[in-house]
Design a protein around this ligand. Structure first.
Ligand code: GRF
Length: 194
């Protein structure tokens, strides 16, 4: 059985979609995997309560307790590796990871980003798409490299940008698609792992 470790910083709605997918009948047998733990860099991440209420182990590694990114990432890696992960899934995890961390999980680290990469890396993606006059927006599942929001694109979901959209209405439309796309992408990745 392959272990999935999910990292969150906030509400974790993508994590919730993944957990719900993995809870479906026969999923673990079919995919040969399970969500082993949900970790956060923030003790008050709302998604932690959801994970606990679904019987999942959780842990917090608070980045503020560490003097450097390297020290934080080392502690995070130790926590993650305690769950022997086949796949590490970033789901709204709002920390930039060091090259050492990324190399350690080479081939088994994925992220979801709320834009059609390579457009709009970084933050405020929905407002930027509206400001640029984009007619379409979306989200991307990609492998993680040391460069923020780069790495091989594994899947994308596209939504229209509608007249009168705000960053909030567009984000909600995109998020609905993220929740469908991420569990499917994770399933495909797991099937492709040795
Ligand atoms: C999502 O839009 C995701 O693409 C981005 O951060 C947001 C996380 O939302 N990486 P949630 O915490 O999964 O609800």
């Amino acid at each position: 059985m392959k272990n999935i470790v999910i990292l969150i910083s906030g509400g974790g709605s993508n994590m919730q979609a993944l957990v719900r997918a993995a809870e479906q009948r026969q999923w673990a047998q079919r995919v040969g995997a399970r969500v082993a733990a949900v970790l956060s860099n923030k003790a008050d991440a709302a998604g932690l309560a959801f994970a606990r209420s679904h019987g999942l182990p959780t842990a917090v590694v608070d980045h503020k307790a560490f003097a450097s990114r390297e020290a934080f990432d080392a502690a995070l890696m130790a926590e993650i590796d305690g769950f022997d992960p086949a796949l590490v899934v970033l789901a709204g995890f709002m920390r930039i990871l060091t090259p050492g961390f990324v190399a350690h999980y080479d081939g088994r680290l994925v992220n979801i980003h709320p834009s059609l990469l390579p457009a709009f890396t970084g933050l405020n993606t929905h407002q930027r798409a509206i400001d640029e006059g984009c007619k379409f927006a979306g989200a991307t599942v990609h492998r993680v490299t040391p460069e923020l929001d780069h790495g091989q694109i594994l899947d994308q979901a596209v939504v229209p940008v509608l007249p009168g959209d705000t960053a909030q209405t567009l984000a909600a439309r995109v998020l609905t698609q993220e929740h469908l796309m991420y569990p499917r992408a994770v399933e495909r990745l797991l099937a492709a792992l040795p």
